[in-house]
Write a protein that binds this ligand. Structure first.
Ligand SMILES: [Zn+2]
Length: 338
C-alpha cells in the first residue's frame, strides 16, 4: 500500500510500504476514511526534531475497523471508529483521572497518512459511531482525533466558562479549534490573535468576537486595551514558541489559567515573573480520549463543523505538496484522500 515516510528535513515521500498487521492481541487494523497532516508534523519536517531513521507519518485517523486482535472486545470489524493520537488503555489511574495522554501504557500513533493503519490499545483508544457516518461528516470526525481535541483541551485547561473573556494565541488549525471550543463552552468574548486575513475570517466564523493582529508586546497592549487593562480570564496558547508563550501569560489576568498545547520549543520561563503574575498553567499533549465521545456526538448531530479547518485536500500521492503548503502557510491544514 502507499504510505508516508519522512526521511529528513523537508524530505517526505509517499511510497510503497508494507500493509500493517496485528502485532499484539490488543491491536486493531483500520481502513482510513481520510488522513491529514498535523501542525506538529512540521516540527520534524523542518528539522527541529532529529530524525535518526525514516518516520512513518500520520497520527490523526478515523475509518472502518478491518481486523482486531484476540483481546479486543469493545470494537469489531465493520464499525466506524475514531481514536486519539495518544494511544491509551483508558483504565489506568491517569486515564481514570482524565489524562489518557499520560496513560501508564501510552504510545503515540504513527503511520496514519496511509490507506491502512495499526491502532495499538484498541479497546482503550477507539470510539465507535452508532452507524457508518455520512461522507460529508468525515472531515469533522477526522478533526476530533487531534486538532479539535487539542483545541478543546486548551480551552478546558484554561477553564473557559460561560461568559469568560478568552484570548487565543495562535491562528493555526489548533488555535482556530480553540476558538470553536471556547465558543461552545459559552465564552462571552473571544479575542483571536491573528495577522492573516483568511485565518481571521475563519476565527470569526468559529466564534471569535475580536481580532488582534499585532503580536508580542503590541498584541498584549491591544488585549489590555480591549479588557479595561485587566487581561483575559482564560488564555489558550496554541503555538509553543517563547514569544507566543510570553504573549499568552501577559494577556492573562491574575488568577487566570493558560491552557498551552503548542509543543514548547526553546521556551524558558522566569520563575519570579511567573510567581508575581499569579497565572496558572496547564498543558501538554491533549487527553483527546476524554473528550472524544462528546465531540463525536457534536459532529454527528451537526452542531459543529470543525472540518472547515481543512482548506486544502490532496490525494495521498501528493502528500509532499501538502506538507509544503502548510510549511509555507499557504494552507491551514491539509486533508489527504487515501
Ligand atoms: Zn491508561
Amino acid at each position: 500500500m502507499l504510505g508516508t515516510m519522512l526521511y529528513g528535513p523537508r524530505d517526505v515521500r509517499c511510497e510503497e510500504v508494507p500493509e500493517p498487521r496485528i502485532l499484539k492481541p490488543t491491536d486493531a487494523i483500520i481502513r482510513l476514511a481520510a488522513a491529514c497532516i498535523c501542525g506538529s508534523d512540521l516540527w520534524p519536517y523542518r528539522g527541529l526534531n532529529e530524525i535518526t531513521s525514516p518516520l512513518a507519518m500520520g497520527h490523526e485517523y478515523c475509518g472502518v475497523v478491518e481486523e482486531i486482535g484476540d483481546a479486543v472486545t469493545t470494537v469489531r470489524p465493520g464499525q466506524f471508529v475514531v481514536g486519539s493520537f495518544c494511544l491509551s488503555d483508558n483504565t489506568c489511574p491517569h486515564c481514570r483521572f482524565g489524562f489518557q495522554s499520560s496513560c501508564e501504557q501510552r504510545e503515540f500513533m504513527t503511520g496514519a497518512q496511509a490507506r491502512y493503519a495499526r491502532v495499538p490499545l484498541a479497546d482503550g483508544t477507539l470510539v465507535a459511531t452508532p452507524e457508518i457516518p455520512e461522507d460529508d461528516l468525515i472531515p469533522s470526525l477526522l478533526a476530533t482525533s487531534d486538532v479539535l481535541g487539542t483545541g478543546w483541551y486548551a480551552a478546558d485547561a484554561a477553564r473557559v466558562q460561560s461568559g469568560s473573556t478568552v484570548v487565543v494565541v495562535g491562528d493555526g488549525a489548533v488555535g482556530l479549534m480553540g476558538v470553536l471550543a471556547a465558543n461552545q463552552m459559552g465564552a462571552g468574548r473571544i479575542i483571536a490573535m491573528s495577522g492573516h486575513k483568511t485565518r481571521q475570517n475563519l476565527a470569526i466564523e468559529f466564534g471569535a468576537t475580536d481580532i488582534v493582529s499585532e503580536r508580542g508586546d503590541a498584541g498584549v497592549a491591544q488585549v489590555r486595551a480591549l479588557t479595561g487593562n485587566i487581561g483575559a480570564d482564560a488564555v489558550l496558547e496554541c503555538v509553543g514558541l517563547e514569544e507566543s508563550m510570553r504573549q499568552a501569560i501577559n494577556c492573562a489576568r491574575p488568577g487566570a489559567m493558560v491552557g498551552y498545547v503548542g509543543v514548547p520549543h526553546g521556551v524558558n520561563l522566569d520563575g519570579q515573573a511567573m510567581f508575581f503574575s499569579q497565572v496558572g498553567m496547564l498543558g501538554g499533549p491533549a487527553p483527546v480520549r476524554r473528550f472524544l465521545p462528546y465531540l463525536m456526538d457534536l459532529v454527528l448531530e451537526r452542531r459543529i463543523n470543525p472540518g472547515k479547518v481543512f482548506d486544502l485536500t490532496l490525494p495521498l500521492v501528493d502528500v509532499a505538496e501538502g506538507y509544503r503548503a502548510m510549511d509555507e502557510r499557504r494552507a491551514i491544514k491539509t486533508m489527504l484522500r487515501v
